[in-house]
Design a protein around this ligand. Sequence first.
Ligand SMILES: [Zn+2]
Ligand SMILES: [Zn+2]
Length: 263
Amino acid sequence: MIEFASLFSGSSGNALYIEYKDTRLLIDAGVSGIRIEKAMASINKDPSLLDGILVTHEHSDHCQSIGILNRRFNIPIYINKGTWKNVEHCVGRVNEAYMNFFHSNEEFTVKDFIVHPFSIPHDASDPVGFSFFADNKKITTATDIGHMNKNLLKNLEKSDLLLLECNHDLTMLENGSYPYPLKKRIKSDYGHLCNNHTGDTILKLVQNGQRRFLLGHLSRENNYPELAFKTVSNYLTDNGYSVGKDIELDVVLRDVTSQIYYI
Ligand SMILES: [Zn+2]
Ligand SMILES: [Zn+2]
C-alpha cells in the first residue's frame, strides 16, 4: 500500500510526502526545514529516512529548504537541469554525490518507485508534475498549471490518486487587490489553474473512470477551501456523480498537514 500526505500545499509553500515499502520521498520543500520536520513528525514520519527530494520547479514556494534538508539529513536531490540552474545560487553547498538530474518526460527509478516527470505549462524554466508508479498503482501530483492541454491530461489519466491544482476563483482574482500585472500573470497560459478549469478537468477524468482527487495549491488571496471544493463538486453533481460516495474529493491546506491517504 502506498502512503501519501500533503505537508503543505498552497501559494505560500509546498511539500508533499509519498511512501511505499522502504522508499520515502518528498515532493518539493517550499517552506522552512524546521516546518517540514515538524509536519513530518505530526504524521509520525522521520525526515532522516527520506530517500529523495524531488523538485518540480524553481519558484521559492517549492524549493526554499532543499539545500538545508539535503545537508541536515543527507537527502539526495532529484531535479532537472533547467530548474537547477535557477535555484543553484540560493540552495547553498550540495555535495555532487547527492545530485540526480532527471530529464523531463523520461521515467527514472528511486528504489521502489518508478517516477515519471511530465512537463507542465508554467512560467518557470522546465516545470514538471510527477506520477509515481508502485504496487500496480499510479499517484500523480500536478500544480502550477497555466492551462490544461491534451498531453497534460493524458498524464493525469488513470491515477489512483491525483493531487491537482485548484488555485483561484476567477471573480475573486479579478476583483481582488493584486496589481494588474500579477493578475495577468496568474490568468495567463503559464500561470495557475482556476477552480472552474480544475472542475472541468476532474469531470473529464471522472467520466473516464477516475475516483480519488485532492485539490491543492490554493491561493491565499483569491480562494478558500469551501469555495474550491464547492466549485469542483458542482461540476460532478451536475453530471450525476455523488461526491463522497462515487467520488472521493478533498482539499489539502496551506498550513495544515493532511491525513495520510492510503492507496
Ligand atoms: Zn507554486
Ligand atoms: Zn510556480
